[in-house]
Design a protein. Structure first.
Length: 199
């Protein structure tokens, strides 16, 4: 093979590395080092929770109190009280059976007291309503409707497929329903929607 080095012999000591340049391998090592350093910083920030780049964010649970029927346990009264002769009851006089049946048929359960409606809340017969929640269980929907009824709203449960919608009010126009929805929005956790009754 012919010698193509026109100016003379090849330089001694390996060329660019002898002059301190380092060449391509040194640049690649510096770039890889920078990438590893950035990855380490990102990992530390992510695990400490300062910056969340991957994984699920830690959500603190919010405590929501739902009304429950709390009954106090019945305990037996263990105190003893001296029996006074004046305090003992005399046996009740015998009552004819015909009088007994008349009393039983005339006894009716007391109707439940309805809450007074909120001022400006008119019970209507319109086609629009404000849906405040929807539940697969009718019992749960009834509980929520009762809470709003006790607060003075015209709340009711409407079945819709396998779910039961809790609705407030019946309005002739969508605009009237929207006014009621805007008044109630701050009271609810989720956004209410305007719904058409029966659909």
């Amino acid at each position: 093979m012919p010698n193509l080095n026109v100016k003379g012999d090849a330089p001694k000591g390996g060329g660019a590395s002898a002059a301190g340049g380092g060449g391509i391998p040194k640049v690649v090592i510096i770039i890889l080092g920078a990438v590893v350093a950035l990855a380490a910083v990102a990992f530390i920030l992510n695990t400490t929770g300062i910056v969340k780049l991957w994984g699920k964010k830690k959500v603190t649970p919010q405590v929501v109190a739902l009304p429950q029927d709390n009954f106090s346990p019945v305990t037996a009264d263990t105190t003893t009280v001296p029996v006074d002769a004046a305090m003992t009851e005399e046996p009740a006089p015998a009552v004819a059976e015909e009088n007994l049946t008349k009393v039983e048929t005339s006894a009716r359960p007391m109707p439940r007291k309805q809450a007074a409606p909120v001022k400006g809340m008119v019970k209507g017969t319109g086609a629009y309503t404000v849906q405040i929640s929807s539940w697969p269980s009718r019992e749960r929907a009834e509980v929520i409707a009762r809470i709003f009824s006790d607060a003075g709203f015209d709340a009711f449960v409407e079945p819709m497929g396998s779910y039961h919608r809790v609705c407030v009010g019946r309005f002739e126009t969508k605009t009237d329903a929207k006014l009621q929805m805007d008044k109630m929005e701050h009271m609810l956790e989720s956004r209410p929607v305007i719904a058409k009754l029966g659909k």
